[in-house]
Write a protein that binds this ligand. Structure first.
Ligand SMILES: NC(=O)C1=CN([C@@H]2O[C@H](COP(=O)(O)OP(=O)(O)OC[C@H]3O[C@@H](n4cnc5c(N)ncnc54)[C@H](OP(=O)(O)O)[C@@H]3O)[C@@H](O)[C@H]2O)C=CC1
Ligand SMILES: O=C(CO)[C@H](O)[C@H](O)COP(=O)(O)O
Length: 490
């Protein structure tokens, strides 16, 4: 191993089985995880201080080879090389990949382990293919701790690349019931596509949690610490998940200087790096209604519109009358509404993965996706076992919502769900994710939707035509004339 005190040094002969560039929170911990699992890993970062500190602080955890430039990194790894790139998404990833390409040899594998738009991954794959190189888009979830102790890993790209990469990622991933939370989800950009949708579901999950918090606090008038107790209790039931557990922790925290609940001193503007937005954009292109994810993404945007919010408060500052509710019943209603809305968000996310797979010819095993999301990732939750079972029973499911377990869960909670959305409306508490999820459910189960009105209006103002329920064919009515109906030739 390089001398950690003298900074990165070149290696004369290749000694590492894998290389990694980008040693911020994720790359640093992923490298440590790989080293701890017995793989010799060469590491590099644009700013050398990060490499030095990794070696100084954790060089004794395994076989880490410090390198000071991309040239040294490439020289340190045995051929055919596997080089992981874990840098800021977007242009920085392009910059690093572009710099690596001339240094590599045919057959080498470049793995982008950051978040990436699937279209960027496809473009990079094509670009590297021209040089005889493999490019793998690999989604990694679990944050800083997950990267170190076992993330969930969604690998795309060729079978050939997975043959080389699989043993490493399966060894460092979280393990649930003896199974690694890592798999080859499909070719091309499938890995980054699944990771993108994972993050979209993460947005919906967090928005639903935030709405639950807001309802409990605003309608019941209880403190964040009391809300934390409720979340802690929920975590012992069917809502058990990493994010519910984390919510109890963050709500219980108090500001060290003022002693007030920490949630009250943090600015209420939710930021986003882009994966939720990409998910919604992709869903629009695929025609998949991911209403929970979309509302969650828009809710973040609304939270950031400070000027509009201030202006609105000046004009509409009258709060609705307080609504009287029974505390225990309301808490249970919110729990049931949260669970039902969460089922909708996951069902929609899985629909999007199925649609993305079909559109791109990726053949993604949805049960395998549920399996690797059971551990390591941010949306890990007990109920992913149920999703895995549902796809095992019926791999070509039309929707998760109608499978026996989830259908029963939604039916059990539907009255609570309606009471919560109604109470929210009466109390003036915004619940975009709860409300849209309930509307989605009602939309799915309704025999006749008002879409016929839309078809008539489209035909009326633009002769866009419509179909009838009583016979096949496509028709147009002469709305501006004698109202005669004509059948349009196919
Ligand atoms: N943070 C998280 O919880 C998660 C992050 N991800 C993804 O993992 C990747 C890494 O995330 P994270 O660890 O948070 O770090 P950041 O996204 O903050 O990226 C910082 C890293 O990128 C490097 N970098 C930035 N610009 C360039 C450039 N032009 N050329 C070379 N290197 C550059 C930085 O180098 P330098 O030190 O020199 O500035 C540093 O190593 C991202 O794609 C992110 O989306 C995925 C899952 C979870
Ligand atoms: O990928 C992740 C987890 O799996 C990141 O934590 C996620 O990108 C955070 O996204 P945002 O900043 O948009 O909330």
């Amino acid at each position: 191993m390089a001398d950690p005190t003298s900074g990165p040094t070149p290696t004369a002969t290749p000694t590492a089985t894998i290389g990694l560039t980008g040693l911020a929170v994720m790359g640093r911990n992923l490298a440590r995880n790989i080293a701890r699992h017995g793989h010799t890993i060469a590491v590099h970062n644009r700013t050398a201080a990060r490499t030095t500190s990794l070696l100084e602080e954790h060089g004794d955890e395994g076989s880490l080879v410090a390198t000071g430039s991309l040239e040294e990194l490439v020289a340190a790894v045995e051929q055919p090389r596997v080089l992981i790139v874990m840098v800021k998404a977007g242009e920085p990833t392009d910059a690093v990949v572009d710099a690596l390409v001339p240094l590599l040899d045919e057959g080498d594998i470049v793995v982008d382990a950051g978040n990436a738009h699937p279209d960027d991954t496809t473009r990079r794959q094509q670009q590297l293919e021209e040089h005889g190189l493999h490019f793998v888009g690999m989604g990694v979830s679990g944050g800083e701790e997950g990267a170190l102790h076992g993330p969930s890993i969604m690998v795309g790209g060729s079978d050939h690349a997975y043959d080389r990469l699989g043993p490493v990622v399966e060894s460092i991933a979280a393990q649930v019931d003896g199974e690694p939370c890592a798999t080859h989800v499909g070719p091309g950009a499938a890995g980054h596509f699944v990771k993108m949708v994972h993050n979209g579901i993460e947005y919906a999950d967090m928005q639903l949690i935030a709405e639950s918090y807001d309802l409990l606090r605003s309608v019941l008038g209880i403190s964040p610490a009391e809300v934390a107790d409720i979340f802690e209790e929920w975590n012992g039931g069917d809502l058990e998940s990493f994010l519910i557990e984390l919510t109890a922790d963050v709500l219980r925290h108090t500001d060290r200087t003022s002693g007030t609940p920490f949630v009250d001193v943090v600015a209420d503007a939710a930021e986003q790096k882009g994966t939720g937005r990409w998910t919604v954009q992709s869903a629009l292109d695929l025609g998949v209604p991911v209403t929970g994810i979309a509302e969650a993404t828009f809710a973040r945007s609304l939270s950031g519109h400070r000027e509009q919010r201030d202006a609105a408060r000046k004009v509409f500052d009258t709060d609705p009358d307080p609504v009287e509710v029974d505390r225990d019943r309301f808490v249970d209603d919110v729990r049931a509404a949260l669970y039902a809305s969460k089922v909708v968000a996951y069902a929609q996310g899985f629909d999007q993965i199925a649609a993305g797979a079909e559109a791109n010819g990726w053949d993604i095993d949805l049960g395998a996706v549920a399996t690797i999301w059971r551990g390591g990732c941010i949306i890990r939750a007990q109920f992913l076992d149920r999703i895995r079972e549902a796809y095992a029973d019926e791999p070509d499911l039309t929707t998760l919502l109608t499978t026996p377990y989830f259908a029963q869960a939604v039916l059990d909670g539907v009255h609570s769900w309606r009471r919560v959305v109604a109470t929210a409306a009466q109390s003036g508490v915004p619940v975009p994710a709860f409300g849209s999820s309930l509307s989605y459910f009602d939309g799915l189960r309704r025999e006749r939707l008002p879409a016929a009105v839309i078809q008539l209006l489209r035909d009326s103002f633009g002769a866009h035509s419509y179909q009838r329920t009583d016979r096949p064919g496509t028709f147009h009515t002469a709305w501006a004339g004698d109202l005669a109906e004509v059948e349009i030739e196919a």
